[in-house]
Design a protein around this ligand. Structure first.
Ligand SMILES: Nc1ncnc2c1ncn2[C@@H]1O[C@H](COP(=O)(O)OP(=O)(O)OP(=O)(O)O)[C@@H](O)[C@H]1O
Ligand SMILES: [Mg+2]
Length: 247
């Protein structure tokens, strides 16, 4: 059975269809289709991103790219067995482990970009849906619709975004950044620096300069930048993160 799971999600201009296995009632694949210029470009980016990732990741994503006509594109992505999303309500305490695994996976995948100013960019590396885990602590990056391979985004920006996003979620609950969360964010950024995967362009004020790069390249999100949690983060928290990294 196939069912439509989403239409034009966050202004994506794509349909998301889920295909279920008749016998086991579990999803086997997802299908994304579009008939608009933006949507078609997202599908092309997704394909290119998956292709790039598959060259580097142990767990490959199987996908089938169909150009039906000039105005209708379709991609079918087989779901990797055993991978799960973490619950969106998970506390930062529990999320720490998954953030560490995510950073470790980024370090492995992006190893050719050590000390490089710019790198390929996932653009939507969020623990809410697009980073998946399995029972043996392997990581899978999915949803490559915002992939940018034009080397205009600084190395490590994907990780800065995921760190800031999770700090922000925490501030929504606690109305402040707790010491513990700030310490973990600092350690995470330092791990990225140690791995030589935080671009020199982001070294000085990592949080603020990350935001500057996002704002200067907003077209990457094809009108969907409003969905980015980091853009909602109050300035005081940005300053707090940058101060703790500098000290
Ligand atoms: N290769 C994969 N293996 C396992 N699960 C996957 C894979 N690709 C996607 N998924 C699952 O399908 C969900 C939707 O896929 P994806 O994130 O690519 O679409 P989306 O356009 O972001 O839709 P949504 O708005 O629902 O997140 C993911 O959050 C994930 O749970
Ligand atoms: Mg997604």
């Amino acid at each position: 059975m196939k069912y439509i799971k989403g239409v034009h999600r966050h202004g994506s201009e794509t349909f998301l269809i889920v295909s279920n296995n008749q016998q086991r009632l579990v999803s086997d694949s997802i299908i994304k289709t579009s008939t608009t210029k933006n949507g078609i470009n997202s599908i092309i980016s997704e394909y290119k991103g998956i292709e790039w990732y598959n060259h580097l990741s142990k767990n490959k994503i199987v996908c089938n790219f169909d150009i039906k006509t000039k105005t209708y594109y379709k991609i079918e992505i087989q779901l990797n067995k055993g991978f799960f999303n973490i619950n969106t309500n998970t506390s930062y305490q529990k999320i720490k482990k998954y953030l560490d695994l995510t950073i470790q996976h980024y370090i492995e995948i992006w190893h050719d970009y050590k000390n490089k100013l710019y790198s390929p960019f996932h653009g939507d590396l969020s623990l809410v849906g697009n980073v998946m885990f399995n029972g043996i602590e392997e990581v899978l990056f999915v949803d490559w619709e915002q992939f940018d391979n034009s080397f205009k985004m600084p190395t490590g920006l994907d990780i800065m975004m995921i760190i800031m996003e999770n700090v922000w979620y925490e501030t929504l609950k606690a109305n402040q950044i707790s010491k513990d969360v700030l310490k973990h964010a600092k350690n995470s950024i330092e791990n990225l620096i140690k791995a030589k995967l935080l671009s020199p362009l982001l070294r000085k004020k990592p949080a603020q300069s990350s935001l500057n790069f996002i704002n200067d390249n907003i077209e990457i999100w094809r009108g969907q930048h409003f969905k980015l949690p980091v853009l909602k983060m109050p300035k005081k928290y940005i300053i707090e993160i940058d101060n703790v990294v500098t000290n």
